[in-house]
Write a protein that binds this ligand. Sequence first.
Ligand code: BDR
Ligand code: CA
Length: 311
Amino acid sequence: KRKIIIDTDPGQDDAVAILLALASPELEVLGVTAVAGNVPLALTQLNARKILELAGRVDVPVFAGSDAPLARRLVTAEHVHGKTGLDGIDLPAPAMPLQDRHAVDFIIDRLRREPAGSVTLVPIGPLTNIASAFQRAPDIVARVERIVLMGGAYFEVGNITPASEFNIHVDPEAAKIVFDAGAPLVVLPLDATHQALTSRDWVEAMRRLPGRCGSAIASWTDFFERFDKEKYGSLGAPLHDPCTIAWLIRPDLFDGREINVEIETRGEFTTGMTVADWWRVSGRPANALFIRNLQRDGLFALLSERLARLP
Ligand code: BDR
Ligand code: CA
């Protein structure tokens, strides 16, 4: 089993990513660490616990981490995810506790405790917690098996500014630390995740699942779909974050290139841009596997098969 830590700002698509991981026997979720992003930290840690309770997995510990980016004011995305960050269905207040320890301490301790190269980090929100852990404990970088993150955009440009994707835009200084760290890195940018659009049939099939998770997933994606429909005229909700978990299970569904990706932190118009050297013109060494395409049908078949296993 591959051990993973999911660092997240739920988020309807974060929720589906967490559920996909919990439903996948190849993966062991060591913990879920919350970060401020789509909504403030008080809500993301709460939402993370609601999701785990929905899945009946109160054994997976939830930790609260950074409540603000390293060097900037927090930008949130209620316009996409709703006031709670997880609009679409009202879930009960969670009974499972929030862990006492800070998420950054948990990430550091766990990476030091587990055998080197055995823990994969899956960040699906702004990179503040991961960067803070790397800054505070540089020794853990070499112990990370791999980082598989959702963030950035290149040919697809931005979704929060013309040039930048939300997760990178919120904390570009943190993103720079993570991209420069030297740990093996897989990047699922909008170029790929905008191909992961739900279809009506798929959502209705989720709604018909006998368990409670299926109808929650359908309600979340229905809510999440509104934004992309109004904004881009696209049909369906983009399941950005689940692409990271899907890559871990079925990397054959994705293709990309090992290239150099730099994070713009001081652009006049482009702060938070992931400058991806797709044509390898810079001569700078590759630091990421940058995914550009995915097989949509295969991805949704995987999602259907796995999510149907949940309660
Ligand atoms: C990313 O931003 C968030 O709104 C989503 O959860 C996803 O992680 C997409 O840009
Ligand atoms: Ca997210």
